[in-house]
Design a protein around this ligand. Sequence first.
Ligand SMILES: Cc1cc2nc3c(=O)[nH]c(=O)nc-3n(C[C@H](O)[C@H](O)[C@H](O)COP(=O)(O)O)c2cc1C
Length: 203
Amino acid sequence: MSRKLKVVAVSGSLQRPSRTLVLVDQLLAALGEQIAIESRVISLGDIGPQFAGVLYRNQLPAAVEESIAAIESADLLLVASPVYRGSYTGLFKHLFDFVHHEALIDKPVLLAATGGSDRHALVIDHQLRPLFSFFQALTLPIGVYAVEKDFEGYEIASPALRERIALTVARAVPQLRDASPAATSTTPTAPAIRKPAPVALAA
Ligand SMILES: Cc1cc2nc3c(=O)[nH]c(=O)nc-3n(C[C@H](O)[C@H](O)[C@H](O)COP(=O)(O)O)c2cc1C
């Protein structure tokens, strides 16, 4: 029997209720309709106060260390953040500063963000994607950006956003099927680094 894909979602929202969390839940639900997943949501609002003043990983409280270990061992990361001052929050970056720099190599990462303004939709490509490029993760080509007017209260009200979620998942699933859990899992101490095949140069 094949194992379920281990999906770890990180929501960068600092508050509840949260539109970012609603978006995360919808993406997980849509993914779960297409492939067998087991999911876990890590909310920055919940764990942030426990690590905001911590400088070194070996000083993290056990619950935060366990959350970071879950991020590192996920088959798929779903990363979503609200836009603050044109980017993700400093606390979001602080969380990922604790993640081992080789732990996300080749890991698929689905990116999402929420903001108040349409103008900041490029937060996905200009802020989130470069961060995960540093980690040599495989950010999926389509991300989801939602704005406050896509929600009524804390429920998705926009058909366009629903369509975007469906498209994002439809484009993601074939890539996730190829990336078997065993093939995508890495550990910080033994990262699966793919060596490029030798190239034969013409004389
Ligand atoms: C301190 C702060 C800064 C914000 N800065 C921006 C911003 O630069 N651009 C933007 O589009 N929205 C900005 N917003 C709006 C939030 O990104 C938006 O309300 C988001 O959906 C909140 O997500 P949440 O409900 O998950 O916390 C900001 C909100 C706060 C509280």
